[in-house]
Design a protein around this ligand. Structure first.
Ligand SMILES: [Zn+2]
Length: 286
């Protein structure tokens, strides 16, 4: 398996943070649950274990992460990010910026170090709408579910005081900009990395269980804060990447976390990057 893809002048590598099992109880709509059960039966029960990935982006303008994995917040099976970085000869001090898709535990936990910030030289880049929701809204004004673990998030971000950057849709670093895809969280975004058609979309939590949400994107999952908006974002982005054939990198995609999305009618499927990268000219319809 290739452990990297190249987009424009940047190299993107998946960093496997660990497994995160889930259950079908997390599907709020009864009818959807039966549909999902059939899909999981077909795909195999193991597909209910979500991978957690962060991504390493290395280029002429710096060394970056997209998300940071769960760190210490989701149990001992996760938090492998530092070892994964070491595999590529990268130390935490080398990271110049961390681009956050959103501020849920399995994405920001890895920012927490044993004695202060895990990435002592990094700016933490957060889409403004997401940052203001989690970091600046009085706790009593947040929905109850968003208050869980809020102190941990705010303490973590306070350790990066002065280096948490609120951004919009401008180019934040050369070739890197946010594409709004709200709904999973208040200001969830995808990060577009690269120029023109030579780009990759790091889409965060656009989908959770590939075996369910690619063939049946309409199936809601409890993790989405605003299910209808999440569905609208999911369909919009899936349409775009299915049409353009651009690479995607997903926090919870099957191994290796990077690949392409192929469309079949209303359904989508994931084509892992090892094939996609090995034969870049062989994809009809791209
Ligand atoms: Zn997640």
């Amino acid at each position: 398996m290739n452990d990297f893809v190249t987009v424009s002048d940047m190299v993107v590598r998946p960093l496997y943070d660990g497994p995160l099992p889930t259950t079908l109880d997390k599907i709020p709509v009864e009818a959807h649950r039966a549909e999902a059960e059939a899909l999981i039966e077909k795909a195999g029960a193991a597909t209910l274990v979500m991978n957690v990935y962060a991504f390493l982006v290395s280029g002429p303008d710096g060394t970056f992460l997209v998300d940071a994995g769960a760190g210490p917040l989701k149990g001992a099976d996760l938090g492998r990010l530092p070892q994964q970085l070491a595999r590529f000869g990268v130390t935490p001090a080398d990271i110049d910026a961390v681009f956050m898709t959103h501020l849920h535990t399995d994405h920001f936990g890895g920012l927490i170090g044993a004695n202060g910030p895990a990435f002592p030289n990094a700016d933490i880049i957060v889409y403004r709408r997401e940052a203001e929701f989690w970091l600046d809204t009085p706790e009593s004004d947040l929905p109850a579910r968003a208050r869980r673990g809020l102190d941990v998030l705010r303490d973590c971000m306070a350790q990066y005081s002065g280096r948490v950057r609120y951004v919009g849709e401008e180019e934040v670093r050369p070739g890197i900009r946010a594409i709004p895809a709200h709904g999973h969280s208040h200001g969830h975004v995808c990060w577009r990395i690269g120029a023109g058609s030579n780009a990759l979309l790091a889409w965060g939590d656009l989908i959770h269980i590939a075996a369910i949400h690619l063939p049946a994107p309409h199936i809601a999952f409890e993790y989405d804060l605003y299910p209808e908006q999440a569905l609208e974002s999911r369909l919009r982005i899936l349409d775009q990447v299915g049409e353009s054939g651009m690479l995607v990198a997903g926090a919870h995609l099957p191994s290796p976390g990077i690949g392409r999305i192929v469309r079949a009618g209303d359904a989508f499927a994931f084509e892992p990057a090892n094939t996609a990268v090995a034969t870049p000219g062989d994809h009809s319809g791209e």
